[in-house]
Each structure stands twice: as C-alpha cells, then as structure tokens.
Design a protein around this ligand. Structure first.
Ligand SMILES: Cc1cc2nc3c(=O)[nH]c(=O)nc-3n(C[C@H](O)[C@H](O)[C@H](O)COP(=O)(O)OP(=O)(O)OC[C@H]3O[C@@H](n4cnc5c(N)ncnc54)[C@H](O)[C@@H]3O)c2cc1C
Length: 498
C-alpha cells in the first residue's frame, strides 16, 4: 500500500489547484484520477464527433428519480471538466456572498463575505492567465489588480452585435476568459466551448495547475484510478485509507491528509459509498443541495446579419444580474456561447436537413441565458446500490423565464426578429455544485469554511461540491479560489508541524 503525505482524489479544477499550491511544500502528494491524459486526436476539433456522436462522453449512465438512465456530460480526464469548458473565469459578485432574495426563494449567505475570497480570486486569475478588462461590467466586484492580458477580441460580426446592444442601452462587457486565442486557432479554426483541449491554448486545470505541480519530484499522478470509497479508522474519525480500482484490481493508499476533489456528483457519491450513513455526513447533508444553473441556449436570427465568426464567445451582459431593471428581483447573466454551427444544431435537430441548419446558422448569434439554481435539500445525489441517482429539482424558474423574456425583447429591439431557445436538462450537469457544502454549523453543513470535514480532521473536500450557492456565474474560478485558500490553510495548520 502506498503512503504519501497527501492523497488528492481528482485532478480537475479543485484537485489540480490544490496540487499546484501544495507542491512547493515538499510534501509527497499522490493524485488519483479516474481518467487519463487527453490525447491529441482529430476528434478534439471535430464538431460532428463531439456533438453528434458523443465521442468523448463517458460510457456510463446516471439515473433520474424514476429510475430512467441518462448519459451525463461529465468528463473523466486529467483536468476534469475544465478540459471541455468555455473558459469563462468569472468571480461571483460581492452580493452573492451576502444572500439574495430571488423571485422563487432566497439564496443563503456564505459563511464569509466577498472580501475574504477576493485575494484568492486575484491569485486564481493570475494562475489561469485570465484575459479581460475591468470597468465594463456594472456588477463587477472590487479586484486587487487588473487582468494581466487584454480581452480576447470580438470578431467582426460579434463587434457589430455588441454595438447594436449598446445602442439599446445595455452594457455588454468582455468576458474574462482563460484562452490563448492565437495558440488555440493555430491548431484549427473552431470555437473552444465544449471542445476538448489537448494542451492547445486553453488555460485549464491541467495546463495551468496540474502540469506545473507534476514538475515537482514530490508529486505524482495515478491514471485510470477510480476511487470507490474512503475507509475510516476504528475511532470513526481518521480517514485511514482510500480504496480505488485500477486495471481491474482493488488497491488502497493511505496518507496523513485526504483531499477529495472528484466533482460535485462524484465526490458526494464517494462519501455516500463509504459507510451506510455516508462519511462526513453527521449533518445528513452529503449529496443534498445539488445545483446546476438553469441554462437556455438562445439563438437570435436576422437574415440581414451574417455570422462568419469562428469562436464568438467574447462578451456577456449583467444588466439584469442584481435586479430586473424595473425594481424587481435578480434575473441572471447572459453570455455568448461558442459559435453554434449547423453541425452542432444537428445534434438536437436530427430531423432537419443539414443544409437548412447551415443556412440558419449563418444568420444567428448564439447566447447562453444563465440563472441561479437555489440550494434545496430535496435536490440531491444519492446511491441505489452502485448506481448514481441524480434527483435534480430545478428552482427559481420564474427568474429564468423572465430573463428569457427580457433578452428576447432586447434582441428583437436590436434587430433580430426571430429568437429560438433550448433549455438544457440533466444530461448537461456542467455547472454541478453544492452537494457537500461548507458552513459554520456542523448540523447543517458537512464542511467547515475551509473545506475540512467537521467529522474527520484529516479530510478536506475542495471542488464544486463546497459551493454554498450557485449564483449565476460560471463556477470554475470560485472553485480555484476556494482551493487556493484551502491549500494555504492546510499549509498553516498541517504542514508546519514536525
Ligand atoms: C462543456 C462544459 C463547459 C463549461 N464551461 C465553463 C465555463 O466557461 N466556465 C466555468 O467556470 N465553468 C465551466 N464549466 C464547468 C467547469 O468545468 C466545472 O465547474 C469545474 O471543472 C468543476 O471543478 P471540480 O474540481 O469540481 O470538478 P472537475 O473539474 O470535473 O474535476 C473532477 C476530477 O475528478 C476525477 N474523478 C471523478 N470521479 C473520480 C473517482 N471516483 N476517482 C478518481 N477520480 C475521479 C475526474 O476525472 C476529474 O479529473 C463547463 C463544463 C463543461 C462540461
């Protein structure tokens, strides 16, 4: 049995960032990941393979509350879901930490305010080489410094739409992005959103955090190592071992510290599989409060507008983030999607002829409408034997419908007479979070505000599971900022002792 100082389970946004921040301490670190390193292959840049054939989708099913199987877009590779991400690296708004009253209920306050996380956001933006521009977004929270790189430029048709939206009184802002656009395009003219990146320009968990961590002699990764459960010592307190399957064999490793970062669904599943009540589950909250954002793709068409953009995803709109603009409660965020080609449209509209979808796509611009999903204990991940059951109960759809209505009206006013929408469902758990939340009270949260399990002093969870609320912001930068803060806490409290 191998016995490093620290075991990190998962090398995605949370796990890789922990490894990066702990590597310089000299502690021996073993990372266990279910996936392998993503290989260079033609399918990485092939929209048909990715969207129509599901080439990269995992060969697994999760189940809904009625026992119906579905194939989730949850990716197991070094770097985790960030290898496929749209690389929008945004901060939660300061108000998100204070608690927000929404149309259909309240988003609770975090155990700390924005100011506590702000310096870690500063560091995370440096680490992920975020490109952006301060001062354009009316809801922007205070930053310790500006972005180190200028924003990814709008392509011609996108600049035209940004201007049209400005003219009707909105405030489009440059999205904070982790992508080196020249490098990305030098490997092929495709958008990056949902396209996997074999180290060709995305700033993701593998390229910015995992690979620098692995450059240290004291850090190593085991691939194809699927963690099944954590083994607790006889006292019920210490996590004594991590059990995993690799190459068909069951193995164990033990360490002074175990850092769980397998993503919000998988981390909860590991804890629930580890004992009849679930490990770290005195509160009974492990697996509960699953959130995933309400997301709608909105395509706006104008036959006089020609969209020959390649990547498109450069601006967002937060005019309705803190309120609906008419004195009502918050609605959410709008941001461009990666360019939706006819080939991508075909994955949902299988009956439609390709030429018609290509023709439609030439005249559309594609947005993502994103509203907050509120934490509800009945919205949960649970196990049925070995099966993962995802009982997602969407919340706050009033805000979502209102935001769609506001944006539809705005796009009509900006000269797009036709607006089409598509609501994403449970098969797209890309913004999964909240299932092992942090909090100040062990009765209502499994983790303390640094991500340490209240029940097990040598167990931390640091991935999207810990998020108290989903806000209406892409989650990765917050996951990374929390991981940097957790790593600093571990350095102070665990690694200074003889
Ligand atoms: C298509 C797509 C687009 C997205 N776009 C954005 C975006 O623009 N901006 C943004 O902020 N976020 C985006 N996201 C979400 C973002 O990728 C996630 O929020 C982020 O990666 C979550 O980090 P994490 O550490 O919780 O989990 P992950 O990054 O998913 O990492 C989990 C890791 O654990 C490993 N693992 C899982 N189970 C096990 C197990 N049993 N044993 C061992 N290892 C295991 C996985 O292989 C993986 O490496 C997107 C996601 C997708 C899929």
């Amino acid at each position: 049995m191998s016995s490093p100082d620290i075991i990190i389970i998962g090398s995605g946004m949370g796990g890789a960032t922990l490894a990066y921040a702990l590597a310089p301490t000299g502690a021996s670190i073993l990372i266990l990941d279910k996936g392998e390193q993503l290989a260079h292959r033609p399918e990485n840049r092939d929209a048909r393979a990715i969207f129509q054939k599901g080439f990269f989708r995992p060969k697994e099913n999760w189940y809904d509350s009625k026992g119906m199987p579905f194939n989730p877009g949850n990716y197991y590779v070094h770097g985790g879901n960030s290898k496929f991400y749209g690389a929008v690296l945004a901060r939660y708004r300061a108000e998100d930490f204070d608690g927000i009253a929404h149309a259909d209920g309240d988003a609770p306050a975090w155990p700390f305010r924005y100011g506590e996380l702000a310096p870690w956001y500063d560091q995370a933006e440096r680490l992920f080489k975020v490109r952006g521009s301060l001062g354009e977004d009316p809801t922007e929270p205070p930053h310790g410094h500006g972005y180190d790189f200028p924003p990814v430029p709008d392509e011609r048709p996108i600049a035209e739409v940004r201007e049209r939206l400005r003219k009707i009184g909105l405030h489009p802002f440059s999205l904070p992005l982790g992508v080196d656009i020249e490098q990305w395009l030098s490997h092929g003219k495709q958008p990056w959103d949902a396209f996997p990146d074999a180290r060709t320009g995305k700033m993701d968990a593998e390229t910015c955090a995992l690979l620098p961590a692995l450059a240290y002699e004291n850090v190593r990764i085991e691939s194809g190592a699927e963690v099944r459960r954590l083994v607790t010592a006889a006292d019920g307190k210490r996590i004594e071992a991590v059990e995993y399957i690799q190459g068909g064999e069951t193995r164990q490793a033990s360490a002074k510290l175990v850092l769980l970062a397998a993503g919000a669904v998988r981390s909860a599943a590991i804890l629930l599989a580890s004992s009849p009540q679930g490990v770290a589950n005195r509160s009974g909250m492990v697996g509960r409060h699953f959130m995933n954002h309400n997301l709608t793709a909105m395509l706006a068409a104008d036959r006089r507008f020609t969209n020959d953009a390649v990547y498109q995803k450069t601006f967002g709109i937060n005019d309705f983030y803190l309120g609906d603009g008419q004195g009502g409660p918050p609605l959410g965020n709008v941001q461009l999607l990666g360019r939706v080609s006819g080939t991508i449209l075909k994955s949902d509209l299988k009956w439609a002829p390709q030429f018609a979808l290509d023709a439609l796509s030439r005249h559309t611009i594609d947005f993502l409408i994103m509203t907050e999903d509120l934490p509800d204990p009945a919205s949960r991940v649970r196990l049925d034997g070995d099966r993962i059951v995802l009982e997602w109960r969407r919340t706050n759809m009033t805000a979502h419908k209102r935001l769609k209505k506001r944006m539809r009206a705005a796009l009509n006013q900006a000269g797009f007479p036709l607006v089409l929408t598509h609501l994403f469902d449970r098969k797209t758990p890309s913004h999964q979070c909240g299932t092992i939340r942090i909090g100040s009270d062990p009765v209502t949260a499994p983790l303390d505000p640094y991500g340490r399990a209240f029940d097990h002093p040598n167990l931390f969870v640091s991935d999207a599971s810990g998020l108290v609320t989903s806000a209406a912001v892409n989650p990765s930068l917050t996951v990374a900022a929390l991981a940097l803060r957790t790593a600093a806490h571990i350095r102070q409290t665990e690694l200074t002792q003889p």
